[in-house]
Design a binder for this molecule. Structure first.
Ligand code: 5CA
Ligand code: ZN
Length: 409
């Protein structure tokens, strides 16, 4: 699949700091030490509805990771998937009497537009589950050969016991895992499984559902976790730097993915850090396509809201916090954008060298975007109150905000 166009990232004077970030697996901050090419996999959308603020907040967090790395003069190798065949997509297409392929293509196109408008950097490889199937089948066959997978009435399951590190990503106990598994696409109650937590790798063709040639697996379609594993291993290999997504993906998705990959390769770890963004809610509930309590990026854009203001609204919250979207959040961001634009529109201003370092330090410290915004606020307030004579300053501030926060002033 094609991704979306990249916005230019200006180079800043000097060099950024190495990123310290919260890793779900260790439960603390880790200082990442990527090579000259940092490798990141971020789970993509299941395209059955438009991009809401929760999605946008999560992708914004991983965009900041990349901007911090780029500022350390590294290259970034970024991979993202699109779950363009899965139960929720097929269910929505059925409910609305739509063709599932058209639904997925339409929503993916809208997602690209939203990402472009928000100036979120595109992945170098943007891969759909359907196009990944030829790579998924041999992995499931291999897991079977290794004894890490077994058949159940034509479906193929992964045996969680085949990975000695199973459980290390989420750190949850078996009871909590079972609850979450039932909530998040698993089938812990299905009779005949070796362990209730075992996830499906390959689902045999069902009446009225799309299916593909699975070689020795028979016709069917892939399970959810193996999709991301196949794409990540194909494009990044084992031991990549960051596996990212919202906190609802820590278990089962990232736990199972890590175990699939570790069982397949005998290597450890799948990713060096598992990074999870908080959940954005509306009216007291997690914003979710299945609940329908959504604020869409595209709807705000159509209503004439500046995408830079939407981005500032996301940045005003720490990525690990759970927070609520309200009209007030957006109003505050619109107002901040106005203040910042006025401040950089003047030919000179207070010195800005310290500001560059403050924004760098804030982001390198577990992506503390609210602290970065506060630093820019202080410069803008000084500019408004007393101005300054530093001729390069407004340009330096603009470029800093553009390069590190992705906001065009
Ligand atoms: N296709 C899978 C990942 S392989 C999937 O989870 N798709 S999704 O469309 O449901 O979610 C896409 C991303 O947005 C995931 O990282 C998910 O954790 C995140 N996300 C979903 N809802 C919210 C929310 N309310 N707040 C923050 N992030 C969210
Ligand atoms: Zn995924």
């Amino acid at each position: 699949m094609h991704a979306w166009p990249a916005s230019e990232v200006p180079a800043l004077p000097g060099k950024g700091r190495d990123l310290r970030i919260h890793d779900t697996a260790t439960g603390g901050l880790v200082t990442l030490d990527p090579g000259p090419v940092a490798r990141i996999y971020v789970c993509g959308i299941t395209p059955y509805d438009a991009t809401h603020m929760g999605h946008a907040a999560t992708y914004n967090a991983f965009d900041l990771v990349q901007r911090v790395w780029l500022d350390t003069k590294r290259q970034v190798h970024y991979v993202q998937n699109v779950t363009d065949v899965d139960d929720p997509l097929l269910e929505r297409a059925n409910r609305d009497g739509k063709d599932w392929v058209e639904l997925a293509e339409g929503e993916t196109a809208l997602f690209r537009e939203d990402m472009t408008a928000l100036r979120l950097l595109p992945p170098q490889h943007y891969i759909g589950a359907v196009e990944a199937i030829p790579g998924i089948v041999p992995l499931v066959e291999r897991l079977r050969e290794l004894g890490a997978a077994y058949d159940l009435e034509g479906d193929v399951y992964f045996s969680v016991e085949s990975d000695s590190h199973f459980g290390e990503v989420s750190g949850l106990d078996a009871a909590a895992m079972k609850l979450l598994s039932a909530e998040r696409g698993g089938d812990p109650e299905r009779p005949g499984k070796k362990n209730p937590l075992d996830p499906m790798l390959w689902m045999a063709a069902r009446e009225g559902e799309p299916s593909w040639d699975g070689g020795s697996l028979g016709r069917g379609r892939p399970g959810w976790h193996i999709e991301c594993v196949a794409i990540a291993l194909d494009h990044l290999g084992m031991g990549f730097d960051v596996q990212g997504g919202g906190s609802d993906l820590a278990f089962p998705h990232h736990e199972m993915g890590a175990s699939h990959a570790q069982a397949l390769t005998g290597e450890y770890p799948f990713a060096k850090a598992y990074v999870h963004a908080g959940m954005v809610g509306l009216d007291g509930a997690k914003m979710s396509k299945s609940k329908g309590n959504l604020v869409f990026v595209s709807k705000l854009r159509r209503a004439g809201v500046d995408p830079a203001a939407i981005r500032l609204a996301l940045l005003a919250h720490h990525y690990r916090a759970d927070w609520e979207w309200t009209d007030g959040v957006l109003e505050e961001a619109v107002e901040r954008l106005g203040r910042w634009r006025a401040a950089v529109s003047r030919p000179d201003g207070p010195p800005a060298e310290a500001l560059v370092e403050e924004v760098r330090e804030a982001l390198a410290n577990d992506l503390d975007a609210p602290a970065a915004l506060a630093a820019v606020d202080r410069w803008a307030a000084r500019q408004a109150a007393e101005g300054g004579t530093d001729e390069g300053a407004p340009g330096v501030v603009s470029r800093t905000v553009d390069a590190l926060l992705g906001v065009a002033l």
